[in-house]
Write a protein that binds this ligand. Structure first.
Ligand SMILES: [Ca+2]
Ligand SMILES: [Ca+2]
Ligand SMILES: [Ca+2]
Length: 350
């Protein structure tokens, strides 16, 4: 049996922390000739959106001062109404905290403005305050975010993004109010690996408040484009080229790299594909076999695991606007390993 494709999506939320996660599951039972796809996951994590004082760790996030978990949760941080925080319970110069404005209005204690939902990360005299994200599963992850000097008299200090407490991916100096920059990248992680977003102290403990946020998304094929916005999430195509679709040169939202039916590899499904597939099935030139076609991984338009005359029939009928139609179930369009980049296999749901 070579059938059984199902998909579903499940939004989820946890406590008072709305986790912007979406999980999609694809199941293919049986016999893909070129690899197997059993489960595919797409999840989104955002530091500010996921923030909660209910627990530390908080899901995939944890909040630390100089390597130790911050232990004091407050809904009204140091009596500031609606400013939630994880902090260490100490006063200046040894305070350390991650503050979030949970009100609907900007908060201005006189030396900074914290917008609704935003973070103020402050290490004072401590080595650093770190927001840590721990990978829930093995795979490629796209991360992006920013650090920015928040205090109007912001003093010089350094922020960074660090992999597994050892490899610094980004170093971003904060040299004054509004100073800083965005960061982004894709990393291949094992379950349990960590990304640390670090705000280090400066030469003085004052005016080190730092704005920060980060979003982390599944990027299964590791091409730098998160699955949720990738027009070929399972075929690396960093350029996202979309030359057309079925009988059209108008982009159809499906990238060339996974345009099922395009056995010639030009991004368009047309009579040329039918011709090449016919010749290849018959062992005729220019390719002599289906496996040698430039777009072999886009041949299986009914997703039964093989490239054969049935696919040629479907392509031929689709060009005449007849059913059953080309399905985005060819190898290039589904999660498959070991062809995935970075040696990463298809994500498996817990
Ligand atoms: Ca991608
Ligand atoms: Ca296309
Ligand atoms: Ca083509």
């Amino acid at each position: 049996m070579c059938q059984g494709f199902e998909s579903m999506s499940m939004p989820s939320s946890t406590g008072n922390s709305t986790k912007s996660s979406q999980t999609s599951v694809c199941v293919i039972l049986g016999c893909l000739a070129v690899g197997l796809c059993f489960l595919e996951e797409a999840a989104a994590y955002q530091a500010t959106t996921d923030f909660s004082i209910a627990g530390n760790p908080n899901g995939t996030w944890s909040y630390l001062v100089s390597g130790s978990l911050l232990a004091v949760p407050q809904a009204n941080c140091n009596s500031n109404l609606g400013i939630a925080c994880w902090q260490n319970g100490l006063g200046p110069p040894n305070f350390a905290g991650i503050l979030q404005n949970t009100t609907a209005s900007p908060w201005n204690p006189g030396f900074l403005t914290l917008n609704p939902g935003a973070f103020d990360v402050d290490p004072e005299n401590n080595t650093n305050v770190t927001i840590r994200w721990t990978a829930p599963s093995t795979g490629s992850w796209a991360y992006s975010g920013f650090f920015s000097g928040l205090d109007t008299t912001s003093n010089v200090h350094t922020t960074s993004v660090v992999l597994n407490s050892s490899t610094t991916l980004w170093t971003i100096p904060i040299n004054g109010f509004g100073s800083g920059s965005s960061f982004s990248g894709t990393v291949s992680l094992n379950a349990g690996d960590t990304l640390d977003f670090v705000v280090a102290t400066g030469s003085t403990y004052t005016s080190l408040g730092t704005g920060f946020d980060a979003t982390i998304l599944v990027d299964t094929d590791g091409d730098g484009i998160p699955d949720v916005s990738d027009n070929c999430p399972f075929a690396p195509n960093p350029t996202q080229t979309d030359s057309g679709g079925i009988n059209t040169t108008v982009p159809d939202g499906i990238g060339d790299a996974c345009q099922c039916g395009d056995v010639t590899g030009d991004g368009i499904v047309n009579i040329g594909d039918k011709t090449i597939l016919s010749k290849s099935l018959a062992g005729l030139p220019p390719y002599f076999s289906v496996g040698a076609m430039p777009g072999f991984d886009k041949c299986d338009v009914n997703g039964d695991g093989v490239c054969n005359v049935a696919d040629k029939t479907i392509i031929s009928r689709a060009l005449a606007a007849l059913g059953p139609g080309i399905q985005q179930k060819c190898t290039a369009a589904v999660c498959h390993s070991p062809e995935m980049m970075n040696g990463v296999t298809c994500p498996v749901l817990p």
